[in-house]
Design a protein around this ligand. Sequence first.
Ligand code: SAM
Ligand code: SF4
Length: 461
Amino acid sequence: MNVADSARLADELEALGYGPTSQPEEADVVVLNTCVVRQSAEDRAVGRLTSLKPLKERRPRMVLAVMGCLVGVRPADNLPQRFSHVDIFLPPSDPEPLIALLRQREQEPRSRIQEAGGGGLRSRRGPVAFQDMQNVSPEAAAMGLIPTERVLQPASCILPPVTAYVPVIYGCNHVCAYCIVPYRRGRERSRPLEKIVSEVQALAIQGVREVTLLGQIVDRYGYDRRNDGSALSPDLADLLRAVHDADGLWRVRFLTSHPSYISDRILDAIAELPKVCEHIEVAVQAGDDDVLRRMRRGYGVADYRALVERIRLRLPGCSIATDIIVGFPGETAAQFQATVDLLADLRLDTVHVAAYSPRSGTLAARKMVDDVPAEEKKRRLKVVDELQEQIVGQINRRLLGQTVEVLVEGKHKGKWRGRTRTTKLVFFQDDADWRGRLAAVRITWAGPWSTQGEVMADASP
Ligand code: SAM
Ligand code: SF4
């Protein structure tokens, strides 16, 4: 969601005439986009913000903005005191206050700006430095999970992205016991279907080939609009069908799903619409009913097992990704073992695992004791990671000798890099320019985190 928010802000700044730079030292505007889902993410954001203070003091006319979950939908009163060197705080997904500030500065006579700021604005069309302070590893960045080309290249080199994120529903109503997201991103707000469809069509015209529709619980798209007494508003299945018609678009994805809301209508849409990829991200969080109940997730282990069965029956070959939290308050060794057993049994394609991190204000932080020691959380993380490495290694080895369809996103260390419909990472070498093309690739090597192959044909429509 932060990557999508950054991309939208970048578009609006580019429309004002700004271009990107990777160097905050040469930027006229610096925006720090923040995530606080875990304490480590918040610490990184605050550390980066503090390290920008000397730069702001040297260059007072530089605009320093903080965006995202550190700010939240109802910014805390003490933020300006805590970070007095910051010019403006932007709630998640809302770049408007910064755009208004920059427009207002453009109206100011240049001589006044120079008097007031000392250094003065170098150029109205100056560069912007961007930083996504998220929980994303360097490996994830290297795999293309962060659109680095967007933020690191000089303006003249920007190519239209091959893939793009499109938020369809903001906020979350669920209030899981451990999660800070609803407090910072507010209640659910679905965007109108027509707006999403025209945005996707515009992206496809620019050359975007794959869009990922985003929501904290994306399958609840449209639910908030049903409560206003109006006729049934479109749901995610309707949205997938509407977006599917965009000319020039080759692939559609969506995330994140919640086990309680994946309807048969959604599964039917995935099965029937050729552009919609067979991949579902649906977090289970834990493999024990008591832990799930205390997490306030709203389903049990048997429900999750039944869901996986339903997905696999309706969509054979569909890949499934999940999230796990280890070391939730009160999680016993036996309860953790139940999670391990569930994962060993279900053999999912991807597991994002995190150690429980108490977030101030959440139910878990207020009412439960963070009683699993840090060392034990680390051990549990390792157990899940090692199990999953084995499982994914075996799943990926089944691809050996098969020809898969890869949407090529760019080059990495001299090799073309792209993903299959089921999000498997594929590298191959070839002299032709494959960026933004669909390649038919025969897999010749398969490891747990990536595969390699040789290109057989251009499969682009
Ligand atoms: N809405 C999605 C769902 O319900 O599955 C997930 C979105 S949440 C922002 C992303 C992931 O961060 C969660 O699935 C959870 O595993 C992890 N997470 C959230 N709060 C956490 C916390 N306090 N400590 C550790 N991990 C956390
Ligand atoms: Fe957080 Fe739960 Fe909402 Fe997901 S569903 S964003 S975990 S509160």
